[in-house]
Structures are given as structure tokens and as C-alpha cells.
Design a protein around this ligand. Sequence first.
Ligand code: ZN
Length: 428
Amino acid sequence: MKYSLICLFLLSIISISCKNSATLITEKKETGYQGQGASPVVPTVDRPVQKQWKGIWSQENKTYFSNDFDGARLNGVAFDGNDHYTVWITAENTPINVSPWYSFKVWTENPREITIKLSYQDSRSRYYPKLSLDGVHFKPLDSTAYKIINPGEGEFGIKAAPEFAEIALNIDNNPTWISAQELYTSKRVQNWVDSLSIKPFVSNYEIGKSHENRAIQLMEIKENPSTKKALMIISRQHPPEVTGFLVMKSFIETITGDSPQAKEFRNKFDVFAVPLMNPDGVDNGHWRHNMGGIDLNRDWENFNQPETRSVRDFLNKKSDAGYEFVFGADFHSTWDDIYYPIDSTVIGEKGKIVYDWIKSISNRLPQKRTNIAPSNKIKPTMVSRNYFYVNHGMPAIVFELGDNTPRNFLKEKGKVAAEEIMRLLLAD
Ligand SMILES: [Zn+2]
């Protein structure tokens, strides 16, 4: 409970700051922009997780709801009469951040329009529904088919979200997927990793196992055998944070691309990436935690979880082999696009490249306000960014993307972010 309250408190600070910041780029010292406070110290030893019952709900009128696929979350269905259904979505355990992930399929032998009300355990309706007919290509639900019940207050954070949402939907024999965000399961992510690994300078291999024995897969971009300078990229410690993943994906695709800049860059720098830090959480449709019931991004001090340990051990091995890490980024999603660098008073000259990078991305993408919230408390390390800096000297950042940031913009932002870090590192 305490933790959720702290989170809400942080979100409200960010909210106020966003509204008050008139300038495009804001920084704590100059404008009074409030940064991300210290992450609360929480225990990270295993806690119980409630496993989801998997199967098919058969309802009146020969209508079916299913959560029997990777990434699904659906915990109960009620038929309310008049083609109206209420679905129930719960978290893997509590307390937990309010990121109520849902994903399920619905179909019928009696084609017609139905209404589905989304209801949640201790949460409001954060994610705008996306629909798909194949589980791969998703589109946001048409706004005319979306109704909110009990609107929220303000413009930012879970308080601004409606209590419930209702979806009007034409269903038939072919399943329709309804999902909080696009489905990028461990299998789909691995397909993407494999597709890039066709290139001679990209490889991927396992650096550890998750609680449920899924691979923690690392992608290595290495063109020049003698290079000992590297970037460390991770994403999706938090399963629903698909928009952060999409920017990371575009970032990696740009660095592995055919541009002269990318070729020159790969001749001098290696990139190590773990695109899916929490495969169990993703495949089990978790709101936030891994199968140990823990927020992985609080485990970078005590390393009680196998997923974080695998990256720790990998980094130690590379540092011992003489690698110098020149940049680190951890991609996430939240209510808006926000950069969380380490405060310049802590990181000093070493952090200049991160601030220069944010500025140059913002110059090229002026359509989106740049929110920066530096952190000045980095010990105990707790979160990946602090661990990257404290233990491996990396100028590192938490790169947050909005849940609703348009997908074509995300792709462009990942590309621009990659081009600018390549330019700055090559000029260094
Ligand atoms: Zn996150």
C-alpha cells in the first residue's frame, strides 16, 4: 500500500511539473522541475503470485471468451443480459503499480453486437483498448465504440483514468483480440531478434533463465572483433510497457541498419541488448512483476531475482574482459514521454553526453514536449540505471514513452534517438 501511495505521490509531482513547465526542455536546477525521487527501498525476495486460470468461458448465446494464449489476462466473465458482458481483470499480486494489463479473445456462433465492460481489481481503466483479428496487427478501438464510466479527474496519472470502460463490438465466428497494448510475447520478440540475427554482425544467445525457465536472451551487435566499447540496452522489465519496447526496437533496427553512420558506428562500438527482461511476466499477462512476484526494477541492489542476476553477471563478465560501457538505456512506458537521467550534480561531466543527446533528440522532434526529471539519489542502486552507472560507470538513462504516444512517432523517436547517440559517440 505504502509503495502505491509513494508512486501516486511521484506521479502527482510529475503532473504538476509538466503543467508548469513553459519551456520545452526543463531541468530541475534551472526551473524547479521536480525530479523522480529516490526509489523506495523494498524487499525483493520472492512473494506469492496468483497464477491465472487459463481456458475458455462459454457464455449465453454461444459466445466465448478465452485467455488461453501467451500474454493473455482475463480473470472472470459475467453475462449481464442484453448482449452485455462484464470482464474482471486482476493483478498477479499486490501491492502493485496501477498498470492493469488485459488481453483476451472473444467470438460467437451468433454474430451480433455485444458490449463488454472492463472492470479491475483496485485500479481504474488505464489502457485504451486495441483490437486485432490475428493477434499480431492491432488497431485502437474506434472512439465511437468506446464509452467511459465514472470519468477521472485531471490530465495525468491513474486518477485521470475512468473507473470502467465499455467496448461495443461486432463479433462473429472469427476471434477478436482485445488487448491493453499490442501483444509482444516472448515468442514474438524472439522472432524479431532472430530476424535481425540474419545479419553477420548480429547474434543472440541466452545469458540466463527466468523463474519459469524462459530464456533471458541477449542480442549482440558486433562488427569489429577488436572493439571494447559498448552500449547496454534493456527493455520491458515491466510487462505492459510496450511503447518503450517499440522505441527500443526502432533504436536497435537503426543501429543495425545500412546507413553509412551505422556502419561507421559499428566499426567502433558494440551494442548489447536484452529486449525482454521479464519474459514470464509478459507471457503470463502480468501488470508489473516477474514470476517471483517482484518489481524487477527494484532488484538492482540485492539481486534476488534470476532475471536481474543474469544481466548483472553478464555485465561483470564483460567488464572483467576489458569492456568499457559508454552508454546505457532502460526503456519503459508511463503516462507521457519522460527522460530520467542521473542528475548532473551526481554524474558530472560524464553525464554530458546524455543531456546533449536529449537536447538533440528534442531539436529534431519539436512536436513533442521534452520532460526531463533527473535523479540525484543513486544509492542503494535499486534500479537498473543507477546500477549501470555506479557499478559500470555508464552514463545511463531511463527512457519513458507515453502509453498513448502515436506508434509512428515512437518509431521515429527510436530512429532519431539512435542516430543522435551514434553521432555524439562518434564525435567524442
Ligand atoms: Zn516501467
